[in-house]
Design a protein around this ligand. Sequence first.
Ligand SMILES: [Zn+2]
Length: 402
Amino acid sequence: MEDKELLQIALGLSSPWFVKDINLNTSKKRMDIYLDFTKGTKFPCPICNKLSELHDTKEKVWRHLDFFHYETYLHTRVPRTKCNEHGVKLVNVPWTRQNTGFTLFFEALIVAMSKEMTVSAIADMVNVHEDSLWRILSHYVKEAMVKTNLSNLDIIGVDEISVKKGHSYVTLFYDLNKDRVIHIENGKGKDGFRKFRDFLSTKTNPDNIRYISMDMSPAFKGGAKEYFPNAKVVFDKFHIVKMMNDAIDKVRRSEYQSNKELGKTRFMWLKNPENLTDREIIKMKSIKDLDTKTAKAYKFKLALKRLWEIKNTRAAREYLEKWHYWGTHSNIKEIITLAKMIKRNSYGILESIKGDISNGVVEGLNNKIKTAFKRSYGLKTEMYRNTMIFLMAGKLKLPTRS
Ligand SMILES: [Zn+2]
């Protein structure tokens, strides 16, 4: 078999396209493959598909997958048709989409690599500028987002993550039916809910949303009430336990002033008893013996966590009432404040138990996103950032080969 014929098969070319010439440059480790089409071929106008006369051709070049360690480029003259209705147009050739310098095979490789490597590492490896790779990724992410079906969506999660050091946040909206990020808004305000509703309207009826799981921030509560009035608001266990942990730490820090035994114990109080190390168990016992407020606050946390083990809503409501009573009589300022807040928002906490809804999976997705952010510090634009978030947590159907 001739090497041209072999390449033709490897490239998946079919009539009228054929390999005209190959140029191997061993010192530059580069292979240039020249394609052409059979003379006299009529091509369809890219708009109406009607076979049209050839007007002229344009020279084009595309980066293709490396053959072995040779950077490989395809060259050809691309025909321009002259359609009676649409005028002169560049035809679509099967190995690429329009206006990119890459073949579909090459782009599919970049998409596949992006799940395992940072874009800058891929850029180094394939010797292509990072910006070009981001454009490829963003194209496929957008295309997949358009195709994403949300018609059965009825449970959503909302959470904010910090995207830069300091106070820059984005609000992420999650499909909790399928555990994926479906929308990103800048900031963490109420207005994000309006924009999310607009986005959702293009996919499904926003009034189909039955539950929104989130934290107790006034902006989120306001946004949910105004733009998703039919949905039940659910306050997620994770966020409530986090508030509890923050309260314990406040208690500990103020108590530390008079009890130095509490130094360096911050992380111990965040843990569940079963996760404590032997050393921590001994330490905790000795501190409890001293009957500290911190140890008391820790007991309040463990008691609150037991709430989610009660599956009966009425029993859960009664338990929460009792916990609130104990909390407000605890003589610990931080616990009293928290107990009052939990009481005010108990409707959403009980809803999380009734509907068995949590943002648990959201934390996993957020950790993936945060890790990706850390790896690729300096995501230059919002487009890069959003593309990255969807790649990591969007569960998109991306092309793996063409
Ligand atoms: Zn036409």
